[in-house]
Design a protein around this ligand. Sequence first.
Ligand SMILES: Nc1ncnc2c1ncn2[C@@H]1O[C@H](COP(=O)(O)OP(=O)(O)OP(=O)(O)O)[C@@H](O)[C@H]1O
Length: 234
Amino acid sequence: MTPIIQLNNVYKAYTLGNVSQPVLHDISLAVYAGEFVSIVGASGNGKSTLLNLLTGIDKPSSGQVHVCGSQLQRLKEEQLSIWRGANVGIVFQFFQLLPSLTLLQNILLPMDFVGTLPKRKRLDRARYLLDLVSLTSQAQQLPSQVSGGQQQRAAIARAMANDPPLIVADEPTGNLDSETAESVFALFLTLCEQGKTLVMVTHNETLAQATSRRITLHAGRILSDNSTQTRRSC
Ligand SMILES: Nc1ncnc2c1ncn2[C@@H]1O[C@H](COP(=O)(O)OP(=O)(O)OP(=O)(O)O)[C@@H](O)[C@H]1O
């Protein structure tokens, strides 16, 4: 089976002035469709940098990043935007919904960007997704009019808008209380059961333990990569 994510000897350094600061060293990794991968590690160990390479937001200094059939360094910015729109849903810690749009309009946006579905079908899909995340009655509310957990559920629905095979989440529960965090995590499990691949950076050890594969980064290297039968496998 071809992995949905394949990283070969990835090295990443940021250059500040004349100083090059290495952040990721020699990362090689294969993730297969249907896995739910958590990435853990102390602050500053390169977790978000790794996610940004997977979404093409950032490029490696050397090595290759293959995601959903494309080698991302080979894509130009415009190609990357189109690739991202079709292949990856991104969920952020602070939701990042557009404040002047209703939840329904926020979910419609990625579909409007890609433009493959006719308008009526986009609306049907947005309503289906709102239902999936239990926000049907909040469809016309602005983000500021709903709770943090509801905003994050709307953000997950937005990430799902174009039905991407891969969902990438950077501390998606970091701004939520523990009960709400669990309900958001349960939603991720549902998506995984539906066949999505998930990669989630988290500081929440309990949630990380409940994923099917837990990767620990330390000083920019993979310290451990545990995939166990006892953990939930989708
Ligand atoms: N755009 C950037 N320019 C320069 N340095 C950066 C940039 N982004 C991240 N870094 C540095 O890279 C290192 C790793 O940062 P990263 O955000 O990937 O860590 P992290 O493990 O996700 O941390 P946290 O858990 O605090 O979010 C840090 O030292 C950070 O300061």
